[in-house]
Design a protein around this ligand. Structure first.
Ligand SMILES: Nc1nc2c(ncn2[C@@H]2O[C@H](COP(=O)(O)OP(=O)(O)O)[C@@H](O)[C@H]2O)c(=O)[nH]1
Ligand SMILES: [Mg+2]
Length: 329
């Protein structure tokens, strides 16, 4: 999963990037890949002592200023979600900065769609459905409604997908504050939710300073500032729910691994993510909820009590399911 950190110059994007990297010397010109903390994986690693451990990862880009010029928009386009950083430590004009950035995203989308529609009108009738859809989206933007707010069918989303429209991407707005921030976050949080986005307040400067402390001492400081968890943890868990992702797990002596998957996916889709052979030759999926395995960390015992299920292709994978795909090719 890729997330673009965007925002106006000086909003604190790079500071947030470094806080996420856990180092003030991190090179913000490079993509940053971080592991998603997962205590289920921690537990299974302790249990198996595997040769390799793979956590789910998220890659962040620090989109250089001006974030919304065509060159830098490329970073936003190749990301699965946009994290918009707003300066709430110096200026605090949050609504204005947010709406300004929203319209930059929408202007970029409009340009892409106008070009496409101009070409389509010259083409065959076969493309009329696409042209109609694009016109509907353009109309929405002309009314200053970002695309993430309009209702689209799976099929329509598929038609739009090659254009990688920025205002259609899931949006996380981060108010970058010092302590309580210059301006209250109540209004902006409401506005962001109205625009279909998620909202977080993070003190990036403070988070970056915390990186110098041993990990076990950080919690106390975060708590004293009124934060439930580190900015990194909160951004990652927000990103997971924004993109509607859950994790399933595979385990063994060789590897313990978390696999991100869209909520509601089937066992067959999960098999396909691991390897196309597993989907092709899918027979059954053995499913153990991780919480159950933590209680009774013994497959033989679990089988005796009949708690291990064998599921078919259609089974809906749940967060924390430990899967073993039975297959033959
Ligand atoms: N007090 C405070 N200062 C910050 C914070 N985040 C960034 N700054 C300062 O704001 C300036 C711009 O930050 P930077 O991360 O480079 O902004 P960018 O242009 O969005 O990448 C720097 O001088 C930072 O020290 C913060 O959370 N609190
Ligand atoms: Mg910067």
């Amino acid at each position: 999963m890729k997330i673009a950190l965007a925002g106006q110059s000086g909003c604190g994007r790079s500071t947030l990037y470094k806080a996420l990297a856990g180092s003030s010397s991190a090179d913000t010109a490079k993509p940053l890949t971080v592991c998603v903390p997962d205590e289920r994986i921690d537990f299974l690693v302790e249990h198996w002592n595997p040769k390799s451990t793979v956590y789910a990862t998220v890659t962040f880009f620090d989109v250089q200023s001006p974030a919304f010029n065509p060159r830098n928009m490329g970073r936003i386009k190749e990301s699965n979600a946009v994290a918009l950083v707003l300066d709430n430590y110096a200026l605090g004009n949050l609504e204005e900065a947010f709406l300004q950035s929203e319209s930059e995203l929408m202007i970029s989308d409009l340009g892409i769609m106008e070009k496409r529609v101009a070409r389509l009108t010259k083409e065959s009738k076969a493309k009329q459905a696409e042209a109609q859809l694009l016109l509907r989206c353009m109309e929405s933007i002309e009314r200053e409604i970002p695309l993430r707010l309009i209702e689209l069918t799976e099929q329509e989303l598929e038609i739009l997908s090659p254009f990688s429209l920025a205002s259609l991407k899931p949006l996380l707005v981060i108010s970058n504050r010092s302590g309580n921030g210059v301006s209250s976050e109540e209004q902006i949080a409401k506005l962001v939710r109205k625009h279909g986005g998620a909202f977080l307040g993070i003190d990036s400067g403070f988070e970056l300073e915390l990186c110098d402390l041993p990990e076990e001492d950080r919690g106390e400081f975060l708590e004293s500032m009124g934060f439930s968890a580190s900015g990194k943890t909160r951004v990652l868990s927000e990103a997971y729910s924004l993109l509607d992702l859950v994790s399933f797990i595979t385990m063994g002596k060789d590897e313990v691994r978390a696999w991100p998957i869209r909520r509601g996916s089937s066992a067959l889709e999960a098999a396909g993510i691991i390897h196309s052979d597993l989907a092709r030759g899918f027979i059954r999926a053995q499913v153990i909820p991780c919480d159950l395995f933590r209680e009774i960390p013994n497959e033989v015992e679990l089988r005796k009590t009949g708690s291990i299920g064998l599921q078919g292709k259609e089974y809906t994978v749940l967060d924390g399911d430990i899967l073993e795909i039975k297959f033959s090719v």
